[in-house]
Design a protein around this ligand. Structure first.
Ligand SMILES: CCCCCCCCCCCC(=O)SCCNC(=O)CCNC(=O)[C@H](O)C(C)(C)COP(=O)(O)OP(=O)(O)OC[C@H]1O[C@@H](n2cnc3c(N)ncnc32)[C@H](O)[C@@H]1OP(=O)(O)O
Length: 204
């Protein structure tokens, strides 16, 4: 049997791809970014994370912060259970993903989650309101690094969930090329949504 590698052979805290490397910088808030305090609304009405039409969705409606940050609230409903009376962990990860995704509006570039790391620090009972906050920690090339936390009971309550993420900038074609055609067609027929999406059109 080969000898186990010595502990000194591995770094104590291997660098995570979701942690900004030294060459990353904090990007500027885009001139087109919504003003601080603006409700960001839903990017797609059937989105599980933010869509008002989704029957079991999280309906997250984030608010732009003054810097590269957003806040949101999410109340856990019975349809979000994993353990009896408790929020499902994957669903809490979705809440983090959605909140982190709204940071797109502050940089004004479309980006998708490449990597998302979540720490679950305490159980979250059904009926709890999570106070979410997400912020950008750096950017380099097409990579956007960010972090988020969810506190129970109030903006200063105990942290129940923590996350960090690597988003990758994409062109709008990412969505029109890969999505199910009938859903794409409906979106293309929606002038309001397309107008909102086109304001994103940049060259990543
Ligand atoms: C209508 C309005 C809409 C607005 C809609 C907004 C929606 C937000 C919704 C919430 C967010 C989501 O859930 S989004 C849905 C979940 N995510 C996805 O479906 C993404 C699926 N993955 C992909 O499509 C692809 O892998 C991409 C786009 C992420 C990357 O592909 P690519 O474009 O070919 O680029 P690629 O060269 O591979 O990667 C670029 C750089 O990032 C690094 N990189 C890429 N992925 C990773 C990774 N997981 N971990 C580490 N590093 C990574 C690469 O090493 C490379 O580094 P270097 O070589 O440059 O150093």
């Amino acid at each position: 049997m080969p000898a186990a590698p010595s502990e000194s052979a591995a770094p104590a805290h291997p660098a995570s791809p979701a942690t900004p490397p030294p060459e990353a910088v904090l990007p500027p808030r885009a001139p087109e970014a919504p003003a601080p305090g603006t409700r960001l609304g839903s990017h797609y009405e059937h989105c599980f994370g933010c869509g008002p039409q989704h029957p079991a969705g999280l309906r997250i409606d984030a608010v732009a912060g003054t810097g590269l940050d957003v806040t949101a609230e999410f109340t856990v409903r019975p349809e979000h259970q994993g353990g009896p009376g408790l929020a499902h962990g994957g669903l809490l990860t979705t809440a983090m993903d959605e909140t982190l995704g709204t940071l797109n509006w502050l940089l004004h570039v479309p980006a998708v989650t490449g990597r998302l790391e979540t720490d679950f620090l305490s159980p979250v009972p059904v009926g709890s309101t999570l106070h979410l906050r997400a912020w950008i920690t750096g950017a380099h090339g097409r990579k956007i690094y960010s972090a988020a936390e969810a506190r129970i009971g109030g903006p200063a309550g105990p942290v129940a969930v923590r996350a960090r993420a690597l988003f990758i900038q994409v062109k709008l074609e990412h969505f029109t090329k890969h999505g199910r055609p009938e859903d794409i067609e409906k979106v293309l027929d929606d002038p309001d949504l397309m107008q909102r999406a086109r304001t994103f059109e940049v060259n990543p």
